[in-house]
Design a protein around this ligand. Structure first.
Ligand code: G3H
Ligand code: ZN
Length: 284
Protein backbone atom coordinates (compact mmCIF):
# COMPACT_ATOMS: atom_id res chain seq x y z
CA UNK A 1 0.00 0.00 0.00
CA UNK A 2 0.91 3.67 -0.39
CA UNK A 3 1.69 5.03 3.08
CA UNK A 4 3.50 7.94 4.71
CA UNK A 5 7.00 7.46 6.13
CA UNK A 6 5.94 7.91 9.74
CA UNK A 7 5.18 4.35 10.87
CA UNK A 8 7.79 2.95 8.50
CA UNK A 9 10.59 4.97 10.08
CA UNK A 10 9.45 4.59 13.67
CA UNK A 11 9.43 0.80 13.22
CA UNK A 12 12.84 0.91 11.54
CA UNK A 13 14.33 2.98 14.34
CA UNK A 14 12.83 0.72 17.02
CA UNK A 15 14.06 -2.46 15.31
CA UNK A 16 17.48 -1.19 14.26
CA UNK A 17 17.46 -1.01 10.48
CA UNK A 18 17.04 1.71 7.85
CA UNK A 19 14.54 2.12 5.03
CA UNK A 20 16.11 3.09 1.71
CA UNK A 21 14.99 6.12 -0.22
CA UNK A 22 15.74 5.41 -3.85
CA UNK A 23 15.27 8.27 -6.28
CA UNK A 24 13.09 8.03 -9.38
CA UNK A 25 14.43 9.30 -12.68
CA UNK A 26 12.08 7.65 -15.16
CA UNK A 27 9.75 4.68 -15.69
CA UNK A 28 12.54 2.11 -15.54
CA UNK A 29 13.84 3.38 -12.18
CA UNK A 30 10.31 3.19 -10.78
CA UNK A 31 9.83 -0.36 -12.06
CA UNK A 32 13.22 -1.50 -10.79
CA UNK A 33 12.82 -0.05 -7.29
CA UNK A 34 9.29 -1.43 -6.81
CA UNK A 35 10.42 -4.87 -8.05
CA UNK A 36 13.42 -4.86 -5.72
CA UNK A 37 11.36 -3.88 -2.67
CA UNK A 38 8.70 -6.51 -3.41
CA UNK A 39 11.30 -9.24 -4.00
CA UNK A 40 13.05 -8.34 -0.74
CA UNK A 41 9.72 -7.96 1.11
CA UNK A 42 10.93 -4.56 2.28
CA UNK A 43 9.30 -1.19 2.84
CA UNK A 44 10.61 1.43 0.41
CA UNK A 45 10.62 5.19 -0.12
CA UNK A 46 10.47 6.52 -3.67
CA UNK A 47 12.37 9.83 -3.65
CA UNK A 48 11.32 12.40 -6.25
CA UNK A 49 13.33 15.59 -6.63
CA UNK A 50 11.69 18.63 -8.16
CA UNK A 51 13.97 18.27 -11.18
CA UNK A 52 13.11 14.60 -11.64
CA UNK A 53 9.40 15.34 -11.29
CA UNK A 54 9.75 18.05 -13.97
CA UNK A 55 11.57 15.58 -16.21
CA UNK A 56 8.86 12.93 -15.86
CA UNK A 57 6.01 15.39 -16.50
CA UNK A 58 5.08 16.64 -13.05
CA UNK A 59 3.93 15.46 -9.62
CA UNK A 60 0.63 14.07 -10.97
CA UNK A 61 2.40 11.98 -13.60
CA UNK A 62 4.65 10.50 -10.91
CA UNK A 63 1.77 9.59 -8.61
CA UNK A 64 -0.26 8.04 -11.44
CA UNK A 65 2.75 6.04 -12.66
CA UNK A 66 3.58 4.71 -9.19
CA UNK A 67 -0.03 3.78 -8.39
CA UNK A 68 -0.51 2.01 -11.73
CA UNK A 69 2.76 0.08 -11.41
CA UNK A 70 1.90 -0.98 -7.87
CA UNK A 71 -1.32 -2.48 -9.22
CA UNK A 72 0.21 -4.09 -12.29
CA UNK A 73 3.10 -5.54 -10.25
CA UNK A 74 0.87 -6.56 -7.31
CA UNK A 75 3.05 -4.62 -4.90
CA UNK A 76 2.06 -5.38 -1.31
CA UNK A 77 5.00 -3.87 0.63
CA UNK A 78 4.63 -0.38 2.16
CA UNK A 79 5.63 2.32 -0.34
CA UNK A 80 5.98 6.07 0.28
CA UNK A 81 6.14 8.67 -2.51
CA UNK A 82 8.35 11.36 -1.05
CA UNK A 83 9.24 14.81 -2.38
CA UNK A 84 13.03 15.02 -2.08
CA UNK A 85 14.53 18.43 -1.22
CA UNK A 86 11.28 20.40 -1.58
CA UNK A 87 12.42 23.99 -2.08
CA UNK A 88 9.36 25.90 -0.87
CA UNK A 89 5.99 25.65 0.87
CA UNK A 90 4.33 25.97 -2.56
CA UNK A 91 6.24 23.03 -3.98
CA UNK A 92 5.41 20.83 -0.96
CA UNK A 93 1.73 21.87 -1.19
CA UNK A 94 1.63 20.91 -4.88
CA UNK A 95 3.16 17.51 -4.16
CA UNK A 96 0.74 16.88 -1.29
CA UNK A 97 -2.27 17.82 -3.41
CA UNK A 98 -1.01 15.58 -6.23
CA UNK A 99 -1.01 12.59 -3.87
CA UNK A 100 2.54 12.38 -2.48
CA UNK A 101 2.47 10.64 0.89
CA UNK A 102 5.57 12.38 2.26
CA UNK A 103 7.55 15.58 1.68
CA UNK A 104 10.92 16.98 2.58
CA UNK A 105 11.07 20.72 3.11
CA UNK A 106 14.65 21.79 2.58
CA UNK A 107 14.73 25.27 4.06
CA UNK A 108 18.17 24.70 5.57
CA UNK A 109 19.76 27.49 3.52
CA UNK A 110 17.35 30.04 5.02
CA UNK A 111 18.10 31.74 8.34
CA UNK A 112 17.02 29.50 11.26
CA UNK A 113 13.83 31.38 12.20
CA UNK A 114 12.70 31.35 8.57
CA UNK A 115 13.44 27.63 8.31
CA UNK A 116 11.18 27.11 11.35
CA UNK A 117 8.40 29.28 9.93
CA UNK A 118 8.41 27.56 6.51
CA UNK A 119 8.74 24.07 7.99
CA UNK A 120 5.85 24.69 10.44
CA UNK A 121 3.57 25.73 7.60
CA UNK A 122 4.46 22.59 5.66
CA UNK A 123 3.85 20.38 8.73
CA UNK A 124 0.43 21.89 9.31
CA UNK A 125 -0.73 21.19 5.75
CA UNK A 126 1.01 17.82 5.49
CA UNK A 127 -0.31 16.38 8.74
CA UNK A 128 -3.84 17.53 7.85
CA UNK A 129 -3.49 15.22 4.82
CA UNK A 130 -1.78 12.36 6.69
CA UNK A 131 1.50 13.15 4.93
CA UNK A 132 4.85 12.90 6.74
CA UNK A 133 7.50 15.64 6.79
CA UNK A 134 11.30 15.54 6.74
CA UNK A 135 13.32 18.70 7.40
CA UNK A 136 17.02 19.45 7.12
CA UNK A 137 19.58 21.44 9.06
CA UNK A 138 23.12 22.15 7.94
CA UNK A 139 24.29 21.65 4.37
CA UNK A 140 24.81 18.42 2.43
CA UNK A 141 27.84 18.77 0.16
CA UNK A 142 28.05 18.18 -3.58
CA UNK A 143 25.27 18.66 -6.08
CA UNK A 144 21.95 17.03 -6.86
CA UNK A 145 19.77 18.65 -9.54
CA UNK A 146 18.90 22.14 -8.34
CA UNK A 147 20.47 21.57 -4.92
CA UNK A 148 24.03 22.90 -4.99
CA UNK A 149 26.24 23.45 -1.95
CA UNK A 150 29.54 25.24 -1.96
CA UNK A 151 30.56 24.12 1.50
CA UNK A 152 29.55 21.46 4.00
CA UNK A 153 28.05 22.96 7.16
CA UNK A 154 27.39 20.60 10.07
CA UNK A 155 23.98 20.72 11.73
CA UNK A 156 23.96 22.24 15.21
CA UNK A 157 22.46 19.97 17.90
CA UNK A 158 20.70 22.77 19.82
CA UNK A 159 19.10 24.01 16.61
CA UNK A 160 17.99 20.48 15.74
CA UNK A 161 16.21 20.10 19.09
CA UNK A 162 14.54 23.49 18.72
CA UNK A 163 13.46 22.80 15.13
CA UNK A 164 11.93 19.46 16.11
CA UNK A 165 10.11 20.87 19.14
CA UNK A 166 8.75 23.93 17.40
CA UNK A 167 7.64 22.32 14.12
CA UNK A 168 6.45 18.76 14.85
CA UNK A 169 8.33 17.19 11.92
CA UNK A 170 8.40 13.39 11.61
CA UNK A 171 12.07 12.88 10.80
CA UNK A 172 15.20 14.98 10.58
CA UNK A 173 18.12 15.12 8.19
CA UNK A 174 21.02 16.70 10.05
CA UNK A 175 23.82 17.31 7.54
CA UNK A 176 26.96 15.85 9.15
CA UNK A 177 29.50 15.64 6.37
CA UNK A 178 27.56 13.66 3.78
CA UNK A 179 27.76 14.55 0.10
CA UNK A 180 25.44 14.20 -2.89
CA UNK A 181 27.18 12.32 -5.70
CA UNK A 182 30.51 10.50 -5.37
CA UNK A 183 32.74 11.24 -2.34
CA UNK A 184 36.25 12.56 -2.80
CA UNK A 185 38.05 9.98 -0.69
CA UNK A 186 36.44 8.32 2.33
CA UNK A 187 33.40 10.07 3.82
CA UNK A 188 33.99 11.61 7.22
CA UNK A 189 30.63 11.56 8.98
CA UNK A 190 30.01 13.31 12.30
CA UNK A 191 28.95 10.30 14.35
CA UNK A 192 29.33 12.03 17.70
CA UNK A 193 26.91 14.74 16.58
CA UNK A 194 24.62 12.12 15.05
CA UNK A 195 24.38 10.30 18.36
CA UNK A 196 23.66 13.48 20.29
CA UNK A 197 21.04 14.69 17.80
CA UNK A 198 19.38 11.26 17.66
CA UNK A 199 19.19 11.01 21.43
CA UNK A 200 18.07 14.56 22.12
CA UNK A 201 15.42 14.79 19.37
CA UNK A 202 14.17 11.20 19.69
CA UNK A 203 13.29 11.27 15.99
CA UNK A 204 14.37 8.89 13.23
CA UNK A 205 17.34 10.49 11.44
CA UNK A 206 17.90 10.65 7.69
CA UNK A 207 21.23 10.21 5.94
CA UNK A 208 21.51 11.93 2.57
CA UNK A 209 24.22 11.13 0.05
CA UNK A 210 24.06 7.35 0.61
CA UNK A 211 26.17 6.58 -2.48
CA UNK A 212 29.73 5.60 -1.58
CA UNK A 213 29.34 5.28 2.19
CA UNK A 214 31.17 2.13 3.40
CA UNK A 215 29.10 -0.60 5.06
CA UNK A 216 30.72 -0.08 8.47
CA UNK A 217 29.64 3.59 8.43
CA UNK A 218 26.13 2.61 7.31
CA UNK A 219 25.91 0.19 10.24
CA UNK A 220 27.25 2.76 12.68
CA UNK A 221 24.75 5.39 11.45
CA UNK A 222 21.88 2.92 11.87
CA UNK A 223 23.05 2.05 15.40
CA UNK A 224 22.94 5.79 16.24
CA UNK A 225 19.31 6.28 15.15
CA UNK A 226 19.51 6.70 11.37
CA UNK A 227 16.34 5.10 9.98
CA UNK A 228 16.31 6.39 6.38
CA UNK A 229 19.18 6.41 3.89
CA UNK A 230 18.94 8.18 0.51
CA UNK A 231 20.54 6.69 -2.58
CA UNK A 232 20.43 8.03 -6.11
CA UNK A 233 23.84 8.31 -7.80
CA UNK A 234 24.73 4.64 -7.29
CA UNK A 235 21.66 3.55 -9.27
CA UNK A 236 22.35 6.15 -11.96
CA UNK A 237 25.92 4.87 -12.33
CA UNK A 238 24.74 1.24 -12.53
CA UNK A 239 22.15 2.11 -15.15
CA UNK A 240 24.53 4.20 -17.29
CA UNK A 241 27.22 1.53 -17.14
CA UNK A 242 24.82 -1.10 -18.48
CA UNK A 243 23.57 1.17 -21.28
CA UNK A 244 27.19 1.84 -22.31
CA UNK A 245 28.02 -1.88 -22.26
CA UNK A 246 24.99 -2.88 -24.32
CA UNK A 247 25.55 -0.16 -26.92
CA UNK A 248 29.28 -0.88 -27.11
CA UNK A 249 28.60 -4.58 -27.71
CA UNK A 250 25.80 -3.85 -30.20
CA UNK A 251 26.53 -0.51 -31.92
CA UNK A 252 23.58 -0.96 -34.28
CA UNK A 253 21.00 -1.44 -31.53
CA UNK A 254 18.25 1.21 -31.54
CA UNK A 255 15.29 -0.31 -29.68
CA UNK A 256 15.23 1.45 -26.29
CA UNK A 257 13.83 -1.67 -24.65
CA UNK A 258 17.04 -3.50 -25.59
CA UNK A 259 19.26 -1.13 -23.58
CA UNK A 260 16.85 0.30 -20.98
CA UNK A 261 15.59 -3.18 -20.07
CA UNK A 262 19.06 -4.37 -19.02
CA UNK A 263 19.65 -0.99 -17.32
CA UNK A 264 16.48 -1.58 -15.32
CA UNK A 265 17.77 -5.01 -14.26
CA UNK A 266 21.02 -3.50 -12.98
CA UNK A 267 19.13 -0.85 -11.01
CA UNK A 268 16.97 -3.59 -9.47
CA UNK A 269 20.03 -5.59 -8.40
CA UNK A 270 21.74 -2.48 -6.98
CA UNK A 271 18.64 -1.59 -4.97
CA UNK A 272 18.32 -5.15 -3.65
CA UNK A 273 21.93 -4.97 -2.46
CA UNK A 274 21.25 -1.70 -0.64
CA UNK A 275 18.06 -3.04 0.95
CA UNK A 276 20.03 -5.98 2.33
CA UNK A 277 22.82 -3.71 3.52
CA UNK A 278 20.31 -1.44 5.30
CA UNK A 279 18.71 -4.47 6.98
CA UNK A 280 15.15 -3.85 5.79
CA UNK A 281 14.68 -7.16 3.93
CA UNK A 282 11.67 -9.05 5.29
CA UNK A 283 10.49 -6.02 7.31
CA UNK A 284 7.45 -5.18 5.16
O1 G3H B 1 18.38 13.18 -1.66
C1 G3H B 1 18.95 12.25 -2.29
C2 G3H B 1 20.23 11.72 -1.86
O2 G3H B 1 20.72 12.36 -0.77
C3 G3H B 1 21.04 10.95 -2.82
O3 G3H B 1 22.45 11.05 -2.67
O4 G3H B 1 22.99 10.62 -5.06
O5 G3H B 1 24.77 10.69 -3.33
O6 G3H B 1 23.19 8.78 -3.40
P1 G3H B 1 23.41 10.24 -3.65
ZN1 ZN C 1 19.70 14.53 -0.53
Amino acid sequence: PLVSMKEMLEKAKAEGYAVGQFNLNNLEFTQAILQAAQEENSPVILGVSEGAARYMGGFKTVVAMVKALMEDYNVTVPVAIHLDHGSSFESCAKAIHAGFTSVMIDASHHPFEENIAITSKVVELAHYHGVSVEAELGTVGGQEDDVVADGVIYADADECVELVNRTGIDCLAPALGSVHGPYKGEPNLGFKEMEEIGNRTGLPLVLHGGTGIPTKDIQKAISLGTAKINVNTENQIASAKTVREVLAAKPNEYDPRKYLGPARDSIRETVKGKIREFGSSGKA
